[in-house]
Design a protein around this ligand. Structure first.
Ligand SMILES: *Cc1c(COP(=O)(O)O)cnc(C)c1O
Length: 426
C-alpha cells in the first residue's frame, strides 16, 4: 500500500489532535482519503513517510516561492539560531526587513510584523476602523482573510445586506458589521455603500483571489473600488497574503497598477516561517500603538528567526527579479498543457491563471466569482486530485484552492506532470 505509514501516523494523530491536523484543509475532507505525511522536502519535491516522491504544487500554500529548503534561507535561519531565537526586544534585523519590504511595495511607508496572515488582516481592519471612526466593513464571498471572527462570513442565499455567521462561535454582533459583496460585481458594492452611507470603514479583498480557485479581477473592478473608496472616505484594503512578493516584487498593486490604503502580507514574506505583516502610509500607521490609540501587539512578533528567513527570501527576490518571469513561463506552460490535454479529451473545464497562480475548474461557465466557482464538479475534481497524487503529483486537496508554483520546478517536473494528466485521462 502506497500510504501505509501515512495512514498509521494519521490514525495516531487523530487521537491527540482534532481531526489529526492543525489546519483543516490538510485533512483531505474535500477529496477523501488519507492525508500524506511529509518526511522532508527539497526544491520542488516532497518526500513522504512512505518514501514516495511528490512534485509539489502548493509550496506550503504559497510561502516557498523558491522551493523547499532553499540554501540562502536555510543558512540565514541556522546562523540566527546560533545567536538566539527570541528576545522580546528590538533587533536590527526587523528594521532591515521593514526597509526591504517598504522599498519593494508601492505606496507604503511603514510596516508592522505579526505572526500570521490571520493576525495581519485582523489588525489591519482594527486599524482601518480606528482611523476612520467607522465600524462596518465590506468583504467578498469566497475571499479568505484568515480565521478571525469578522471574516468567517459567507454569502447566505440572497442575503446580501447582512452577513450570517458560517462558523458557530462567531456572534451575530460581529457578523452584522461584515457586509458581503460578490467578487467582480462593482454595482453590488455600490449598493451596499449607498445603503450604509458613512458607516463603512474598509473594503477588503484579495486583489487576485486565490481562495476560491484563482480568480482574476475583471477590467474596471479594482479601479471602480478605488474610485468608490476615494469618493466615500473608505479605506481600500488589499489582502496580499498570497499575491504579495509572488505576482511581482511589489505584489498585485505593482502588477495591476492599483494602489490600496492598507496592505496585508503573509506567506512569502516569512520565507517559510510564521510571519504576517500589514503596511500603509505613515499617516495611517501613526494610529497604531505605541504612537497612537489603536492597540496591537505580539510576544513573538518580529521574531529573529522568522525575520531572518523573510530577509533571505525578499533579498533573493529583489536581487533576482527574473524569478517572476521564470515562474510566469513555467505556469503558462503548465496551464496551457493541462488545458490542451483536457480539451483533447473532451473534458469540460476552465483554467484560470495569473503569474504563478493557477486553478483548474471542472465546469462549463467562466469562473469569475464564488457562485461560478461553486459550480465545479467535485466528483470529477476528487478523481483528478487522487489520480495525480497516485502518479506522484501533489495538487491542492480542494477545488477552491489555487496551485502555487515554486521556481525550483524544472522542465522535466512540468513534463512529468503533463504526462501524468495524459495518463490519467488515457
Ligand atoms: C493564507 C491566507 C490568509 C491567512 O494567513 P494565515 O497565515 O494562514 O493566517 C489570509 N489571507 C489570504 C489571502 C490568504 O491566502
Amino acid at each position: 500500500m502506497r500510504y501505509q505509514r501515512s495512514s498509521a501516523l494519521f490514525a495516531e494523530a487523530q487521537q491527540v489532535i482534532p481531526g489529526g491536523v492543525n489546519s483543516p484543509v490538510r485533512a483531505f475532507n474535500a477529496v477523501g482519503g488519507t492525508p500524506v505525511f511529509v518526511k522532508y522536502a527539497k526544491g520542488a519535491h516532497l518526500y513522504d513517510e512512505d518514501n514516495n516522491r511528490l512534485i509539489d504544487y502548493i509550496s506550503s500554500w504559497g510561502p516557498l516561492i523558491l522551493g523547499h529548503a532553499h540554501q540562502e534561507v536555510v543558512d540565514r535561519i541556522v546562523e540566527q539560531a546560533q545567536k538566539g531565537t527570541s528576545f522580546g526586544m528590538p533587533t536590527a534585523i526587523e528594521t532591515e526587513l521593514a526597509e526591504l519590504a517598504v522599498s519593494m511595495v508601492p505606496n507604503i511607508d511603514q510596516i508592522r510584523f505579526v505572526n500570521s496572515g490571520t493576525e495581519a488582516c485582523m489588525s489591519a481592519v482594527r486599524l482601518a476602523r480606528g482611523y476612520t471612526g467607522r465600524e462596518k466593513i465590506i468583504k467578498f464571498a469566497g475571499c479568505y482573510h484568515g480565521h478571525s471572527d469578522a471574516f468567517l462570513i459567507q454569502a447566505g442565499s440572497g442575503a446580501v445586506t447582512f452577513g450570517s455567521p458560517n462558523s458557530p462561535g462567531v456572534t451575530q454582533g460581529t457578523a452584522k458589521d461584515t457586509l458581503l459583496a460578490n467578487y467582480n460585481d462593482l454595482e453590488n458594492v455600490k449598493e451596499l455603500v449607498q445603503a450604509n452611507s458613512g458607516e463603512i470603514a474598509a473594503i477588503i479583498l484579495e486583489p487576485v483571489a486565490g481562495n476560491m480557485g484563482c480568480i482574476l479581477p475583471e477590467e474596471g473592478f479594482l479601479e471602480g473600488l478605488r474610485a468608490l473608496c476615494d469618493q466615500e472616505g473608505i479605506l481600500l484594503l488589499f489582502d496580499e497574503v498570497m499575491t504579495g512578493f509572488r505576482l511581482a516584487p511589489g505584489g498585485a498593486q505593482e502588477l495591476l497598477g492599483i494602489r490600496a490604503d492598507i496592505l496585508m502580507f503573509g506567506k512569502v514574506i516569512g520565507g517559510g516561517l510564521p510571519v504576517g505583516a500589514f503596511a500603509a502610509r505613515k499617516e495611517i500607521m501613526a494610529h497604531l500603538a505605541p504612537l497612537g490609540p489603536v492597540y496591537q501587539a505580539g510576544t513573538l512578533s518580529g521574531n529573529p528567526l522568522a525575520m531572518s528567513a523573510g530577509l533571505a527570501m525578499l533579498t533573493h527576490l529583489k536581487n533576482n527579479p527574473d524569478v517572476f518571469n521564470s515562474l510566469d513561463a513555467k505556469c503558462e506552460q503548465l496551464a496551457d498543457g493541462i488545458g490542451s490535454i483536457l480539451k483533447e479529451k473532451g473534458i469540460v473545464h476552465q483554467v484560470n491563471r495569473l503569474g504563478s497562480m493557477v486553478s483548474v475548474h471542472f465546469c462549463e461557465e467562466k469562473v469569475r466569482d464564488f457562485a461560478s466557482a461553486a459550480k465545479g464538479n467535485n466528483e470529477h475534481f476528487m478523481r483528478y486530485f487522487h489520480g495525480m497524487l497516485d502518479r506522484g503529483v501533489y495538487l491542492p486537496p480542494s477545488a477552491f484552492e489555487s496551485y502555487f508554483l515554486n521556481d525550483a520546478l524544472s522542465q522535466s517536473d512540468i513534463e512529468f506532470t503533463l504526462d501524468a494528466v495524459k495518463d490519467l485521462y488515457s
